[in-house]
Write a protein that binds this ligand. Structure first.
Ligand code: CAA
Length: 384
C-alpha cells in the first residue's frame, strides 16, 4: 500500500501495530460473524486493552492522546479486516468521545473519558429518528425539565453500538411545541443504561455490517439528571454537526479499508485464476480494471491523509471532511463492484470475501450523512 503523505515514525508504528492486531485477531472471524450476524463480544475488551478506544483521548484522561491521522491509519487497518469492527471504533472515537472532549464539563470528562478509553464504557450517538434522517434538525424526541432532571420521550433510530453502549450521546428537543426553534431548540444529553426508561426496541436486519448491531432506542419517560446536559441548552445540534465532521473522516477511513481489502483480494485472485490457459491478470481487460481500482483507492487515501494532516494543524476542515467521506465511500462502492466482476461467478457467492465487502461498502454512502448530504455541505461552502 502506498502512503503518499509523509508519516512520522510513530504514525507508521501505530499503523503496523493496528495491521498486525487486525489481521491476527479480527480478520479470521469476519466471515463467520457476518454469516451469523453476530457481535464479537470479546472485541471491545481487546480494543480497549490496546488503547484503540482511547486513541483521541488525552493521556491525562487515560487515553493515548494521538493525532487524527494516526487514528485514521489504525481505523483503515481495522476496516480492511472487518468493517463491522471499524464502525464500532469510528462511532466511539469520533462522536461521543469528541463531543465530551469539546463540550463536556470537567466533571463529565472525569466521569466518562477514562472508562471510555479503557473499553469498559462503549460510546454511541443517537441523533437520527424514524422520521428525521437527512433532515436531522426535525427530530422530535422531547426533553422536559422536571426539577433536577429532564424527562425524555421519543425514539432514536440507526444507533450503532446502541444496545452495548455504556454512554449514549442523545439529541432531544428542549424547545416547546408552541415555540419551535429548529436546530436551536435541540440539546445533547449523556445517557447511561442504568437510567430508568431506556429501552432497546429493535435490532435492524441489515444488508451489510452484520456483525455490528444497529438498534432503535426508546426513551419512555427517561429520567436524566440535569447534570447530564452536555454544554448549553439549545446548542446540541451544533455539537452534533461538529462531531459529525470528525465522524465523516472516520467513515472515509473505513471505506478506504473496505476498498483496499477488495483490491488486494482481486489482485490475488487474478494471479491465481486461469482462463484461456493463463492467469486472468495477464489480460489487459483485468489489468485496466485493477489499475483503475488502485488509482481510486490511492486518490481517496491521499485526500483523507491531506485533510487529516490539515485538521491536526488546527485548520477547519468541515466541507473537506465531507469531500473525504463522499469520495471514499463512492470509491469503496465502485471498487467492490469491480472486485465482484474480477471474481466472476465466484464473486457472487459467499465462498469469497468480495460480496461481503460489497455489502459493507454500501452503507458508507448512507450513514453519517448520505452522499447527497455531503454534496449539500460541500456545495454550500463553495465561494464562501
Ligand atoms: N458545525 C457547526 N455548526 C453547524 C454545522 C457544523 N458543521 N453544520 C450546521 N451547523 C449549524 C448552523 O450554523 C446553523 O446554526 P444557526 O441556526 O445558528 O444558523 C444550524 O446548525 C442549522 O444548520 P443548517 O441550517 O445548515 O441546518 P439544516 O437543517 O439545513 O441541515 C444538514 C444541515 C447538513 C442537512 C444536516 O442536517 C445534516 O448533516 N444532515 C445529515 C445528518 C447525519 O449526518 N446523520 C447521521 C447520523 S449518525 C449515524 O449515521 C448513525 C451511526 O451510528 C453511524
Amino acid at each position: 500500500m502506498t502512503t503518499l503523505t509523509a508519516l512520522t515514525a510513530e504514525q507508521r508504528e501505530i499503523q503496523a501495530m493496528a495491521r498486525e492486531f487486525a489481521q491476527r485477531e479480527i480478520a479470521p472471524r469476519a466471515a463467520e460473524l457476518d454469516a451469523e450476524s453476530k457481535f464479537d463480544d470479546t472485541l471491545v475488551e481487546k480494543l480497549g486493552a490496546l488503547g484503540f478506544l482511547g486513541m483521541l483521548i488525552p493521556e491525562s484522561h487515560g487515553g493515548l492522546g494521538l493525532d487524527s491521522l494516526s487514528y485514521l491509519l489504525a481505523l483503515e487497518e481495522i476496516a480492511q479486516a472487518d468493517a463491522s469492527a471499524a464502525v464500532l471504533l469510528s462511532v466511539h472515537n469520533s462522536l461521543p468521545t469528541q463531543m465530551l472532549l469539546r463540550f463536556g464539563s470537567d466533571a463529565q470528562k472525569a466521569q466518562f473519558l477514562a472508562p471510555m478509553a479503557q473499553g469498559t464504557m462503549l460510546g454511541a450517538f443517537a441523533l437520527s429518528e424514524p422520521e428525521a434522517g437527512s433532515d436531522a434538525s426535525a427530530l422530535r424526541t422531547q426533553a422536559v425539565r422536571d426539577g433536577d432532571h429532564y424527562i425524555l420521550n421519543g425514539t432514536k433510530a440507526w444507533v450503532t453500538n446502541g444496545g452495548n453502549a455504556g454512554v449514549i450521546m442523545a439529541m432531544a428537543r428542549t424547545d416547546t411545541p408552541e415555540d419551535r426553534r429548529g436546530g436551536k431548540g435541540i440539546s445533547t444529553f449523556i445517557i447511561t443504561p442504568d437510567l430508568p426508561g431506556l429501552g432497546v426496541s429493535k435490532k435492524e436486519n441489515k444488508m451489510g455490517l452484520r456483525a455490528s448491531p444497529t438498534v432503535q432506542l426508546v426513551f419512555d419517560n427517561l429520567r436524566v439528571p440535569a447534570d447530564r446536559l452536555l454544554g448549553e441548552e439549545g446548542k446540541g445540534f451544533q455539537y452534533a454537526m461538529q462531531s459529525l465532521e470528525h465522524g465523516r473522516l472516520g467513515i472515509a477511513a473505513q471505506a478506504i479499508g473496505i476498498a483496499q481489502a477488495a483490491l488486494d483480494a482481486s489482485i490475488a485472485y487474478a494471479g491465481e485464476r486461469q482462463q484461456f490457459g493463463t492467469p486472468i491478470r495477464e489480460f489487459q481487460g483485468i489489468q485496466f480494471k485493477l489499475a483503475d481500482m488502485a488509482t481510486r483507492v490511492t486518490a481517496a487515501r491521499a485526500l483523507l491523509h491531506t485533510v487529516a494532516a490539515a485538521k491536526d494543524r488546527g485548520e477547519a476542515v468541515g466541507p473537506e471532511a465531507s469531500m473525504c467521506k463522499l469520495f471514499a465511500s463512492e470509491t469503496a462502492m465502485w471498487v467492490t463492484t469491480q472486485a465482484i466482476q474480477v471474481f466472476g461467478g465466484y464473486g457472487y457467492t459467499k465462498d469469497y470475501p468480495v460480496e461481503r465487502l460489497f455489502r459493507d461498502a454500501k452503507v458508507t454512502e448512507i450513514y453519517e450523512g448520505t452522499s447527497e448530504i455531503q454534496r449539500i455541505v460541500i456545495g454550500r461552502s463553495l465561494g464562501k
